[in-house]
Design a protein. Structure first.
Length: 369
């Protein structure tokens, strides 16, 4: 039996970030995952750090997450491939202009920098933008990191500070420790005894939480990512629309995310996920409307991955009512972007401090401080 103080179930971006933040505090931490670190949603997304599109209630958590991403990369020496480039939220239809108004209002309410641009100003800032873009908001806080390396790099840093990680450990049940104050988590091959447990299994968290009387509704999504061949650098900012995102990586490839979904079913035995060819063609056409020059680039690959969205698109963080010492953290929307912030608030919850509690803010305009 493996003994630890903190057991984290799920090595996505939330679990890896929580492990690192706890290890940084000198805690004894163990992380387990059913496969490999960031093997699902945290590793198959487009890596965007977009604050402009976020719900007003969770915006403070996104601000915290942006600060943590910057800390990981630039202070703690963790190579997450993080770049704070600034980003634009562009609209192509008159009926979407109120979105820009709402973004401007909530950014100013949170004392965040934002710049409203009309069509001519957008063209001046981004000469390569398509003529169909009629207006945009610009935020200097937006950026991106590399999902293929960030979570793993954060976990490796935690391991260098004493954290332990065990892959291929699918936790089937959790029971109180008959000989102590904590709990025992059981996989097919191992037992993990911990004083406190944090469940960060993403879209798979509800299955384990249901056993303990916690119901979290997650809508299964199959977002597609498309990657082009490398090109000389010409896209300076991340670009988001109401339906999709685009960015050019430091290596030169263009990443297109969002838009039409791929295929998948988490409830089938094979849990297959695949790309929709029709959806892929639609996404590429939409991308060309925003940046026409990308039509000269070849598509190298595309993939689809499972993600889970809560109905309110807000994170769920809390303690299991019937099991004191077992906690959960589900991101709800743009999980990779907000992940470190959710991890930090989950640790606050575990320490008995004030944290983001969606049950207290439903229907309110802002998240508690």
């Amino acid at each position: 039996m493996k003994q630890t103080d903190y057991l984290i179930i799920g090595a996505g971006i939330v679990g890896c970030s929580a492990a690192y933040l706890l290890a940084k505090e000198g805690k004894k931490v163990t992380v387990v995952d059913k496969s490999y670190p960031c093997n699902e949603a945290s590793g198959v997304n487009a890596g965007g750090m977009e604050l402009l599109q976020q719900p007003p209630q969770s915006l403070p958590l996104h601000i915290l997450a942006a600060e943590l991403w910057d800390m990981f990369q630039n202070q703690d020496g963790i190579d997450c491939g993080y770049h704070r480039t600034g980003g634009l939220y562009c609209v192509l239809r008159e009926e979407d202009l109120p979105m820009l108004d709402a973004q401007e209002e909530r950014f100013k309410k949170n004392n965040l920098p934002i710049e409203r641009l009309n069509k001519a100003q957008v063209k001046e800032k981004i000469p390569y933008i398509g003529d169909e873009v009629i207006a945009a908001n610009f935020s200097p806080m937006s950026g991106y990191s590399n999902p293929l390396k960030a979570g793993v790099a954060i976990l490796l840093k935690a391991k260098s500070m004493g954290c332990e990680f065990y892959d291929h450990q699918f936790i089937k049940k959790i029971e109180p420790d008959p000989d102590g104050e904590g709990y025992i988590a059981y996989s097919d091959s191992e037992q993990f005894c911990a004083k406190k447990i944090l469940i960060t299994g993403g879209i798979r968290s509800p299955w384990l939480l249901e056993q303990m009387g916690v119901h979290i509704e997650l809508e299964e999504k199959h977002n597609m990512i498309t990657v082009t061949e490398k090109a000389p650098h010409f896209i300076d900012y991340t670009i988001t629309t109401p339906t999709m995102t685009m960015k050019q990586t430091a290596e030169g490839s263009i990443l297109i995310g969002g838009g039409r979904e791929g295929y998948g079913d988490l409830n089938t035995n094979d849990k297959k996920k695949d790309v929709s060819i029709n959806g892929l063609c639609f996404n590429v056409r939409e991308a060309k409307n925003i940046i026409p020059s990308i039509q000269k680039l070849n598509i190298l690959r595309s993939w689809s991955g499972f993600e889970g969205f809560t109905p309110e698109r807000l994170p769920y963080i809390g303690e299991v009512e019937k099991y004191h010492g077992i906690y959960y953290a589900v991101t709800g929307f743009c999980g990779y972007c907000i992940g470190p912030g959710v991890a930090a608030h989950a640790i606050k919850c575990m320490n008995g401090e004030a944290y983001f509690d969606v049950n207290l803010i439903k229907g309110e305009e802002s998240c508690p401080e």
